[in-house]
Design a protein around this ligand. Structure first.
Ligand code: GCU
Length: 428
């Protein structure tokens, strides 16, 4: 059966593939990359200590990212409500307890809220478990293979791999488990970690007009009539806000050790996990899986996706100002190594995939490398090598990196590295 898509989606998907094919992949044409100095303040002073970084330069860099890339970070709302709607103690073959938590805003009922799915290992037995928190592309029922997980009824992008999984922008029974390979729940729980996840479309549906049904309209003074201006938040800001609200809930759940929460995301949700890690220092560890342009990849390199391409295809992800750097990235006062530096001294893991040239693997590596001087101020070592490592050779201490064999995806290989990394840094 032929899938009928709204015109803007067919255009976006088609345009994206065409752009992937015509983008530059020739290193000799990557352009001259002169990065903004991460350790020089706006007043010209050199930053030489971790205290100066924390009190002076970090706030500057964080504001620059808000003004020029992702938009202003919204404060924690004062009307946040959590309701545990279901608990099952014998989930995942008896190894985990699964809970659903509905998150809403009491004074902003126009936002339908978000449903967290939380798995906590049963073997933790009274000891709070460290936790991974991340958003999914297809809903809780797509992450879990358990058939009693409610199918999301929210707006959803068509599924490119299974055209029966989403019909008329709504998930069907066919979409159960479609994202399960990216969330190896048994493996994560088996290593003693809890997992908290929610559907990113609960926070804001991912299309140009999606904000009207999401938290951005609900929190805006002019609801759906808002005209977004430079410095206002975009969808990545909204999704990152949702991750912080997940963490707010985790802080209230005694089964979970919210002080050891690793935020994780893939692709556009990897851009989101980086922005969440930068904007909310409570995240103890940050993971970017194949986040590419607008995520870990340096914007000044003309390889794969560029600022021009991403802001044309997905303007709603960013603050409007970011579009002004299309074909003009060198005018932007930040580059993405400074985003990675905002995590310091917390551990951060950047992963690429060898066939994912669109995300510019070398640009992702270079961001991690160039965040190193900030980690050094804290006496922490970074990525530990000046040039990208061989494929399937993870490197790094507080800034870690790997380029895994294969496509743009999250595979068990990636998770095995993240689990090892988190266990090491969380002292497990
Ligand atoms: C597109 C987009 C990327 C994004 C990816 C995804 O390819 O150009 O920037 O990371 O979608 O989220 O899957």
């Amino acid at each position: 059966m032929k899938l009928i898509l709204p015109a803007f989606l067919t255009l976006a998907a088609g345009a994206c593939l065409a752009q992937q094919n015509t983008a530059n992949y020739d290193e000799s044409k990557a352009g001259e990359v002169i990065l903004p100095a991460v350790l020089k303040s706006l007043d010209g002073a050199k930053i030489t200590s971790s205290d100066e970084w924390t009190s002076k330069r970090r706030p500057e860099v964080l504001s620059l990212f808000q003004d020029h890339v992702y938009g202003r970070i919204q404060p924690k709302p004062d009307d946040l409500k959590f309701e545990v709607t279901a608990t099952r103690r014998d989930a995942l073959g008896g190894t985990a307890t699964r809970k659903f938590i509905h998150v809403s805003l009491a004074k902003h009922p126009q936002w339908r809220g978000m449903d967290i799915m939380l798995y906590v290992p049963n073997k933790a037995q009274g000891k709070a478990a460290p936790v991974f928190a991340g958003l999914s592309f297809n809903g809780n029922h797509a992450v879990s293979k358990e058939t009693d997980v409610p199918v999301s009824d929210r707006w959803m992008r068509p599924n490119t791999k299974n055209d029966k999984a989403v019909k008329n922008n709504r998930a069907t029974e066919e979409s159960r488990g479609v994202e399960a390979s990216r969330w190896p729940l048994e493996m994560i729980v088996g290593r003693g970690f809890a997992v908290a996840t929610a559907y990113y479309g609960d926070i804001e549906p991912d299309h140009a007009e999606g904000w009207k049904e999401g938290v951005r309209a609900a929190l805006s003074s002019d609801a759906a009539g808002t005209v977004w201006k430079d410095g206002d938040w975009g969808a990545i800001g909204a999704w990152a806000w949702g991750l912080s609200r997940i963490l707010d809930y985790l802080e209230t759940d005694k089964d979970v050790d919210a002080r050891h929460c690793a935020v994780i995301g893939h692709s556009r949700l990897g851009k989101t996990s980086l922005w969440a890690g930068a904007s909310d220092p409570r995240f103890a560890l940050v993971i970017s899986n194949d986040s590419g342009e607008g995520g870990a990849a340096l914007m000044r390199r003309n390889i794969g996706e560029t600022t021009e391409i991403i802001t044309r295809a997905f303007p709603h992800w960013f603050t409007p100002k970011y579009r002004s750097y299309a074909n003009n990235a060198s005018a932007c006062p930040v580059d993405q190594h400074m985003l990675i530096a905002l995590m310091a001294p917390r551990p951060v893991y950047i992963a690429s995939a060898s066939e994912d040239n669109w995300a510019d693997q070398k640009g992702e590596f270079l961001s991690g490398l160039n965040a190193g001087p900030v980690y050094a101020l804290f006496g922490k070592s970074g990525i530990g090598t000046e040039s990208p490592p061989e494929i399937d050779h993870p490197v790094g201490d507080f800034v870690a990196y790997h380029n895994r064999t294969g496509k743009h995806d999250v595979l068990d290989y990636d998770w095995l590295q993240y689990l090892k990394f988190a266990a090491r840094h969380f002292g497990m």
